[in-house]
Ligand binder design. Sequence first.
Ligand SMILES: [Zn+2]
Length: 120
Amino acid sequence: MTLQSGQMPIAVDNWGILLCPICNFEYTHHSRIEIFDRGLIDDYVKEGLHVVVDECGKSDNDKVHGKKTVVVNDDVSDNPSGRRNGLRINFWCENGEHHSQLVIAQQKGCTHIYWEKLFE
Ligand SMILES: [Zn+2]
């Protein structure tokens, strides 16, 4: 699997700090987290477990720390992996408030990690 349009490789500094994919700034923050667990089901069945941890009523633009919520459902349609498990972690950067999504996706026994830009 190669990076597709809109996907960017991750970069860390010499201390292992994950850098913003837009400006390489070190000060980034997690927000919404999504877990996609396909489990041991048929490769072509789009079912599984989807867990979302987010702040209640907040969008990606909001930096106010609100009450955390957890939503669990079986909608894995946005799973970054077509056949296995995946993770999406939203980040925002203090330098210009860039918004990106760190993606971890399994593909044929390999684990891919890359950024997807949400907006600048
Ligand atoms: Zn940035």
